[in-house]
Design a protein around this ligand. Structure first.
Ligand code: SF4
Ligand code: SF4
Length: 124
């Protein structure tokens, strides 16, 4: 069961998770041209080995250990992680469209600083 990146990555995107991932399954990396185009980073669900290294590395608690562990207010982004494929324009557009819909559906919550966003979601 893959790990999932959720919305506190939006506005953070610092790549701390990429630096600790042993299998290079989080994209785009800062050294990939796609990095500037994407709103957040994504975990490839079939390449992730469930090692857990990325969770404590994330400064804004954006990463969950499984689909089941992902809270209801972030469930739409499970699919974004699942469909995104770095370097594939159609797959990238699909992932980003889900993220943009997630942002558009809750502008007030998304305006909250990333480090406080999970708590704000949970209290709604
Ligand atoms: S759980 Fe491990 S393999 Fe999966 S994305 Fe995180 S660091 Fe990479
Ligand atoms: S460490 Fe967290 S905020 Fe930073 S890029 Fe990874 S998921 Fe996004």
């Amino acid at each position: 069961m893959p790990f999932i990146i959720t919305d506190p990555c939006i506005g953070t995107k610092d790549s701390a998770c990429v630096d600790v991932c042993p299998v290079d399954c989080i994209h785009p990396r800062k050294d990939e041209p796609e990095f500037e185009q994407t709103t957040m980073l994504y975990i490839h669900p079939e390449e992730c080995i469930d090692c857990g290294a990325c969770v404590p590395a994330c400064p804004v608690a954006a990463i969950y250990e499984s689909i089941d562990a992902t809270p209801s207010h972030q469930k739409d982004l499970i699919e974004a992680n699942a469909v995104y494929r770095n370097g594939d324009p159609d797959a990238m557009a699909k992932g980003e469209a889900i993220v943009q819909a997630h942002i558009a559906a809750q502008p007030e919550l998304m305006a909250i600083p990333p480090a406080e966003r999970q708590a704000a979601h949970a209290s709604h």
